[in-house]
Design a protein. Structure first.
Length: 288
């Protein structure tokens, strides 16, 4: 009986040892990165190119899709060998409960002195983030190495009926100063080397004609070729009661030419929070 008990114990010990000696999981491996910094940016499911990212810690509810974390780490295997570290960003809701996590899955070559790594959490559609303050923990392997905070804010203006009826929208190029109407060249294709600001010009019927003056909330939202939000231009003008129609314009761009990336852009026209129209334009390479 005693001999049989010893045999059982021996088998249990061997099984236990075999379980412990099994191959290390990725989470158990040492991560050869030294945390340096953490930033946030917004974008679609496919993160925008580095030059198109707008780093910030406050994001408007109406346009936010995925909120990405971007971590910079010093490569401790620089000039030694490539490696594939386990890097995770854990997102926490405003009430402190766990929301989800974004994982980085990328090889870091031996010739990278530092690594900029990113992943995100969110939705394909805009407007799904609840308003509040969020926290993101950054983990290298199983070790928390940093954290950051961002907020989703309510950017919806107080709902007010817009007494305009959208009719048309056109585009033209210009500088920081308004271009006189008789000098505007309307189009949908603009040369990169000469383009500064791309203006939208919309025409709308005044539904308060001969009634009263109004100051409607009108915006043009510009989108990069990859679909991420570039920025928005707001119109802040009073429309007198004696205007049967209103021509309104604003722009997005730079005071110097040559800053636009090549590609196809989109401008959404909003009256209040309602999209009423859009226009598309292309920046082309005129130096070939």
């Amino acid at each position: 009986m005693a001999r049989r008990m010893w045999l059982i114990l021996f088998v249990l010990v061997m099984v236990s040892a075999a379980l412990r000696v099994g191959p290390a999981t990725a989470a158990d491996e040492k991560v050869y990165l030294q945390f340096e910094s953490l930033k946030f940016f917004e974008g679609p499911y496919k993160a925008p190119a580095a030059e198109n990212r707008q780093y910030q810690v406050r994001f408007p509810k109406s346009t936010t899709r995925y909120v990405f974390f971007s971590v910079v780490g010093v490569n401790l295997l620089y000039k030694n060998r490539a490696h594939k570290p386990v890097v995770v960003g854990r997102y926490y809701k405003p009430d402190g409960s766990f929301m989800g996590e974004g994982k980085v899955d990328v090889d870091i070559p031996a010739d990278w002195e530092t690594a900029d790594l990113w992943s995100g959490w969110g939705w394909d559609a805009q407007g799904n983030w609840p308003i509040g303050n969020y926290r993101v923990e950054i983990l290298f392997g199983n070790s928390k190495v940093g954290e950051g905070y961002f907020s989703i804010y309510d950017d919806a203006p107080a709902e007010e009926k817009i007494y305009l009826e959208f009719q048309t929208v056109k585009l033209f190029e210009g500088g920081a100063e308004d271009v006189p109407e008789d000098q505007r060249v309307y189009g949908a294709s603009f040369p990169r080397s000469k383009s500064r600001y791309i203006y939208f010009s919309l025409n709308a019927k005044n539904l308060l004609y001969r009634n009263r003056t109004q100051k409607p909330f009108v915006r043009g939202r510009y989108y990069y070729p990859d679909g991420s939000l570039m920025g928005e231009a707001k119109i802040n003008v009073e429309i007198p009661a004696d205007w049967a129609e209103a021509d309104l314009w604003n722009a997005w761009g730079w005071p110097e030419p040559g800053k636009w990336s090549l590609g196809a852009y989109r401008v959404e026209i909003l009256f209040g929070n309602t999209k009423v129209g859009e226009a598309k334009f292309t920046i082309f390479d005129d130096r070939k």
